[in-house]
Design a binder for this molecule. Structure first.
Ligand SMILES: [Zn+2]
Length: 417
């Protein structure tokens, strides 16, 4: 069984690397001319810069993925796993303490391995292309804060779940799911007040008249939002975005200050109209519900698998601790989820189309959204010619050239009688 599992892992890994390589090669081929909306916005020099940016990102990605593959092979297939499992059981024999130590140490190792990559990404790669606005001090502060918040959340979520498992051995899957679902809802309410302000400063829109325009758009879309805010994303990065978050009464619109700098007001409103589209078309609600159904099914499946006694045998082992078996299940789920990626990407692209159509209906045409997206691609050095297969498998949005062509020729839909 161990050899079969190893083959499966190697096949999935090889497919992923092959896709990256195909995509990289595809970008270097001669490309067809860009649609009209790109004229005057993206010239040959910009194209060369985005290619260089994408290539640098790919190279870093290859190294990072390579390190991940080597560590996974060592841990799961070269005997480290059973040794680690025994060591943790000796250090912390109690059920809850064992689970916390087992996953806590692994998460810490993952974090430490990621630090050099994060430093390189921010201070070499992003710096070189003019995106990094972060000082080393701010990076340290961010990393420490994330570590602290992550540590507290891990303690509560994992500790609580382990306690529930020990208290209700026959029905814990339902309890654990309920606990996590409740916590995630609670965090969604709390995060805008408690967590986000630790990293960002939110303030009312600095641009005059823009708030009135945003309010008018919200009214037209039939969305009630408490606050319209801008966030000082420019302290960290030159990349830009807009988002719409919250549930119930804490809904709010957040615009990156970088976005407000890069776009004309009409384009910004069109981008916002797209975000409101996700809300009005029910994408956010549906995603939440789907997420919870998957979580419930996963808890039940994990419970069933943990009750069967063949899991350690998958790796040719006699036995594994509860935590060890949970790790094995999570790893398998992550591996198999690759085959689901193209399907979920397809659904996501369909939602994006719907939100684009909503924006067209709301602002009357797709021109503003198209020109806004082209400017964002210019400012963010987005890659314009990904491989179609890569798009089909990974892209949550239609690729930009296709999307802009679609927006330019698309008309508002007929009002329903
Ligand atoms: Zn969207």
């Amino acid at each position: 069984m161990k050899i079969l599992l190893l083959c499966l892992y190697l096949i999935v890994t090889a497919i992923k690397f092959l896709l990256d390589w195909l995509n990289l090669r595809h970008r270097q081929r001669p490309q067809p001319p860009l649609p009209q909306a790109f004229a005057g916005q993206i010239d040959a020099e910009r194209m060369a810069r985005s290619d260089a940016y994408a290539l640098a990102g790919d190279k870093l990605g290859f190294v990072e993925d390579g390190v991940g593959v080597v560590l996974t092979l060592l841990f799961l297939f070269a005997g480290v796993f059973p040794w680690y499992d025994r060591l943790m059981s000796e250090l912390a024999p109690g059920f809850i303490a064992n689970g916390l130590l087992f996953f806590g140490v692994l998460l810490l190792v993952q974090l430490l391995v990621g630090i050099p990559f994060s430093l390189y990404r921010n201070f070499v790669l992003e710096e070189k292309f003019g995106f990094n606005k972060m000082s080393f001090k701010l990076w340290c502060a961010d990393t420490l804060k994330s570590l602290l918040i992550g540590g507290i959340l891990f303690g509560v979520l994992a500790g609580g779940a382990l306690w529930l498992v020990s208290k209700a051995p026959q029905s814990w899957w339902l309890w654990v799911w309920g606990f996590w679902a409740g916590m995630s809802l609670f965090l969604m309410y709390l995060s805008p007040y408690l967590i986000e302000p630790l990293f960002f400063k939110f303030s009312p829109l600095a641009k005059e008249n823009l708030e009135a325009g945003v309010r008018e758009l919200l009214d037209k879309a039939g969305v009630k939002a408490g606050k319209v805010l801008q966030v000082d994303a420019s302290r960290r990065s030159g990349h830009s975005n807009a988002y719409f978050t919250g549930i119930g009464k804490v809904k709010r619109v957040v615009l990156f200050d970088t976005l407000m700098e890069q776009l004309e007001d009409q384009e910004l409103l069109a981008v916002l109209a797209h975000e409101l589209g996700h809300w009005r078309c029910g994408h956010i609600r549906k995603r939440l519900i789907k997420g919870q159904i998957v979580a419930l099914a996963s808890c039940w499946l994990a419970f069933t698998l943990l009750n069967a006694d063949w899991l350690p045998g998958l790796l040719g082992l006699e036995q594994l601790s509860f935590a060890g078996q949970v790790l094995l299940i999570s790893w398998l789920a992550a591996l198999l989820s690759f085959f689901w990626t193209p399907i979920s990407s397809w659904f996501s692209r369909r939602d994006e189309r719907q939100a684009d159509q909503f924006a067209i209906d709301l602002v009357g045409s797709g021109q503003e959204l198209a020109s806004g997206l082209v400017k964002l691609a210019r400012e963010n050095l987005s890659s314009l010619f990904p491989h179609p297969l890569y798009v089909a498998i990974y892209y949550s949005h239609p690729d930009l050239v296709t999307r802009v062509e679609w927006l330019e020729k698309r008309k508002p839909s007929e009002p329903k009688p």
